[in-house]
Design a protein around this ligand. Structure first.
Ligand code: 6PG
Length: 255
């Protein structure tokens, strides 16, 4: 199947170790090739599942000074708000490893969702110019070294929700929504062309509430099934890897 590599884990602990190994290996390869590692995070359960990166051996072996951090999606709330994906990542990961503060690209939290999306795209454009972020040979989009995504029970990825017009955005790199079905309502998000221009995309999916959407995103379900956002994640030149636990994988046909 062309839906990427499936890594199905017996336990969450095993998944956490595999995910930390994967991120550490991509970081090393990217630093070797480009001198930097441009990684985009999401919110939700993902950050907790990345926790091993703050522990030995990763906390010492990863070249944190070369990391540039972005968000594939962010809630438009103050940076210190409990709903902020930035705060989640800072508390759970970034404050525990020696990241360079100026390499952490969080959103402008003092403007509207529309302006925050524009500002974020501008920031990425500047970093594409200086080659901190590479550029895709085929789409002119930024080519992140790694975009990490979670999966919603409704099939959403980043803040691209089913049947939402943001899903069809083809011009912008970053767009905004003010009616997110998952609270809070105002969010900014990478668009599908940006996700699909990345060198690597990982979808990290755990728990039985995700089993149906994992099935619809991965299996050969045919045209009568709903086309959920996660199914549209198809990196053109990059590599897609799924990290699933047994519960999330329980409805997959081939597992
Ligand atoms: C958010 C996240 C979102 C998340 C998925 C899955 O703002 O909620 O960025 O994209 O990754 O909703 O979240 P869970 O893994 O917690 O289900």
């Amino acid at each position: 199947n062309n839906r990427g590599e499936l890594r199905i884990h017996e336990s969450l602990d095993e998944l956490r170790t595999d995910l930390a190994d994967y991120v550490a290996e991509l970081s090393e390869a990217s630093v070797k090739e480009r001198g930097v590692f441009a990684i985009a995070l999401s919110g939700g359960s993902l950050i907790g599942l990345m926790g091993k990166l703050c522990e030995a051996p990763y906390n010492k072996t990863v070249d944190w000074s070369k990391w540039y951090i972005f968000w594939a999606d962010e809630r438009v709330v103050a940076k210190n708000h409990a709903d902020s994906n930035y705060k989640l990542a800072k508390d759970g990961l970034l404050s525990k490893v020696p990241i360079v503060p100026s390499h952490v690209h969080s959103i402008n939290d003092s403007v509207s969702a529309e302006e925050a999306a524009e500002d974020y795209e501008f920031v990425i454009r500047q970093l594409v110019k200086t080659r901190v972020v590479s550029v895709s040979e085929i789409s002119d989009c930024p080519k992140f070294d790694l975009i990490l995504l979670g999966l919603g029970p409704d099939g959403h990825v980043a803040s691209l929700f089913p049947n939402h017009s943001a899903l069809n955005e083809r011009e912008e790199w970053v767009t905004f929504i003010t009616d997110s079905p998952k609270p809070p309502p105002e969010r900014i998000t990478f668009t599908m062309p940006v996700i699909n221009s990345a060198s690597n995309v990982a979808l990290v999916v755990t728990g039985d509430s995700k089993a149906e959407s994992a099935h619809l995103a991965i299996d050969d379900v045919g045209p009568d099934c709903p086309l959920i956002p996660a199914r549209m994640v198809q990196p053109a030149m990059g590599k897609l890897v799924w990290f699933l636990d047994k519960l999330a994988a329980s409805k997959l046909e081939e597992s």
